[in-house]
Write a protein that binds this ligand. Structure first.
Ligand code: GH3
Ligand code: MG
Ligand code: MG
Length: 362
């Protein structure tokens, strides 16, 4: 794509001259004849432009109809959503004051009229070099940000980012008095996938499950990997009842799914815990997560491949009999394997039946 220069000038003769010279040097040009057109052409007026419409550099006259050049520079430089666009101000010869004002307003450089084209071209090349370095820095920082928010294996939100989004979304829901739900899902008997097919096969299953969860979720939901084989879904504007229906649909979709990898395939199920706000015992985001996690624990304990809602009658019975309640403190974390889903000793009356969580084969 050719480098695009936005020429902002209200004198037709100047515009023609600049355009001819620049196009002859291989630049593409866009012309704006007043300050308002300039802001629009730079993407600072009516929202974002298509990437190929964004100018690479702006050659800006000071005296302009509607919005003057200094104000144009000020507004473009103040708009954080715009990429770096060098602005070269055209100023009248000997007008130190206008040069100073232009630079203070945010112009990166100036050139005096009448324009010496050799000088203009040298300045263009210099600023375009700086721009390409700046663009690279911006690209890298976007990439670093993305990596810091993404789970490397599944490419969905990682736990840190998920918790950040959860906090934000929950606070927003409380402010707006909108319902809000959180879903915790854990793959059932996933360890056996690794044991029987190898860790790489397990990784593939996790990736495919992540994609499945994302495809079931709406655009406004957030899906992330909370831990090893545990996923969290954030459902803004969703009541606990609606979240239960959604979770059951997801649970069913997973149960119907065959996960394929090099050398084989498996079916697996998930267990889900659902917690919704408003709820009299949930006012902080940590309580919401804890509630969903506790409900997930009950789903595991009552047979897997199930969805359990925090504070449902079923939850209350099982949470009580297992001494596992919303306010039971942290003791369980010391007495069980992973501190999250305590499981009875193998062979005990409550030992998980390995076939119980296995999906019905079609
Ligand atoms: P449950 O139904 O009680 O959840 O049984 P489970 O086997 O799923 O649970 P358990 O906590 O015993 O085992 C979880 C397994 O998940 C063990 C661990 O190796 C595996 N795991 C966690 N993270 C990854 C990962 O990134 N890749 C692979 N392949 N396996 C993982
Ligand atoms: Mg599991
Ligand atoms: Mg787990």
């Amino acid at each position: 794509m050719r480098t695009q220069i936005l020429i902002v000038d209200d004198h037709p003769d100047n515009v023609d001259l600049l355009r001819d010279r620049l196009e002859a040097r291989g630049y593409a040009t866009i012309v704006a004849r007043d300050g308002e057109e300039a802001l629009r052409a730079a993407g600072a007026l009516d929202g974002p432009l298509a990437p190929d419409a964004i100018p690479d550099l702006i050659l800006l006259d000071v005296m302009l109809p509607k919005v003057d050049g200094r104000e144009v520079a000020r507004r473009i430089k103040a708009d954080r959503s715009l990429p770096f666009m060098p602005i070269i101000m055209q100023t009248a010869l000997d007008s130190t004051e206008s040069k100073v004002e232009g630079l203070d307003a945010g112009a990166d450089d100036y050139i005096t009229k009448p324009i010496n084209f050799a000088e203009l071209e040298a300045r263009l090349r210099s600023w375009l070099r700086i721009k390409s370095l700046q663009d690279e820095v911006e690209r890298q920082s976007r990439e670093i940000l993305r990596i810091s928010q993404t789970d490397a294996l599944t490419e969905i939100d990682n736990r840190r980012y998920l918790e950040e989004r959860l906090r934000e979304a929950f606070e927003h829901a409380k402010r707006m008095h909108e319902p809000f739900a959180c879903l915790m899902c854990d793959l059932d008997l996933f360890k056996s996938v690794n044991d029987n097919h190898g860790h790489q096969a397990g990784d593939v299953v996790l990736k495919q499950l992540a994609q499945l969860l994302r495809s079931e979720a709406r655009e406004i939901d957030r899906v992330g990997r909370y831990g090893g084989e545990e996923f969290m879904l954030i459902l803004p504007g969703t009541s606990a009842e609606a979240a239960m229906r959604f979770a059951d649909r997801v649970r069913n979709a997973v149960a119907q799914r065959t996960f394929s990898f090099d050398g084989g395939s498996v079916q697996r199920t998930i267990s889900c815990g659902v917690a919704g706000w408003p709820h009299p015992r949930i006012s902080h985001v940590d309580e919401l997560v804890r509630a969903a996690d506790d409900a997930l624990y009950v789903a595991k304990e009552t047979g897997r491949n199930r969805v359990v809602r925090y504070d449902s009658p079923e939850f209350t019975i099982h949470a009580k009999t297992s001494g596992h309640q919303a306010d039971d403190g942290d003791e369980r974390r010391t007495e069980h394997d992973d501190g999250r889903h305590p499981r009875p000793a193998p062979g005990s009356a409550h030992a998980p039946d390995p076939n119980r969580g296995a999906p019905a084969r079609a």
